[in-house]
Design a protein around this ligand. Sequence first.
Ligand code: ATP
Length: 299
Amino acid sequence: MNSVLTLKNVKKTINRKTIINGLSFSVHEGEVFGFLGPNGAGKTTTIRMIVGLMDISEGDIVICGKSIKDDFTGAIRHIGAIVENPEMYKFLTGYQNLMQYARMHNGISKEKIAEVVKLVGLTDRIHEKVKTYSLGMRQRLGLAQCLLHDPKLLILDEPTNGLDPAGIREIRDHLRMLTRERGMSVIVSSHLLSEMELMCDRIAIIQNGELIDVQTVNEFVERESALFAFETGDLHEQETTWLKSEWDATIGDAGFTVETAREKIPGLIKKLTAAGVDIYGVKTVARTLEDRFLEVTSK
Ligand SMILES: Nc1ncnc2c1ncn2[C@@H]1O[C@H](COP(=O)(O)OP(=O)(O)OP(=O)(O)O)[C@@H](O)[C@H]1O
């Protein structure tokens, strides 16, 4: 699989404090790559280094085969990024904003502008002033702007920030389309885990400036064992103690939950029944990315 971006043992030290400590990972062609981590983990710092807004202290970042150390311009030209809120002139129309940007960057034709406007679905409103746009439309205009120079890699920090559910879905569909139909790669950072679960192919979790996991979303959520919720009648102290010590169960008001392999469930049911416990139901509890994220980062 072709990599569009590779971080090689990247370190960042500010005032002798290590902010990023030996980060290495690759982003493949045509994938949406999610960047997750608790507050202060180092996501923004990493993104700022990738887009060239901040120097790296050690290591290297390679974009489409070009090292940002050896060929900064050659590497950076493959990137389109919205890192902070996209800067737009509110009293100009969407189109005038794009023209303004095109004038500052050589080689962007009117045809190209029309193409990206269509791509982000703004054709009907592009000649209206940006101040009349909804937040979702402004985000899409920002997206159009960073698509003007045909980047291979899009980097979006909190792209759905402040959007309503319809706006979030709109951005998500656009990103998916760009990766599937155009082979573009996208890095997104967000705190909205349910959103990341729907949007991303792979996810990296960072904490304290270090990479703690990179996996596909499916790998993250699926594991060999699953969580089972038992609905039972009253549990006596003897069973409660046994469930906690032998099964690491969590006891609740209406029963208990246990994380184990599916094959072990019939044996557990037999033992509980033999001990006189009434079982009204057993169901598997779906694990979300949020469950996994909290599990991984709280270790
Ligand atoms: N210019 C700076 N000088 C000193 N410390 C900094 C600087 N920039 C970032 N940091 C520190 O680096 C750490 C990582 O910050 P960063 O903003 O990259 O985290 P983040 O994962 O993006 O967090 P959040 O989710 O809250 O946006 C934090 O502890 C932050 O205080």
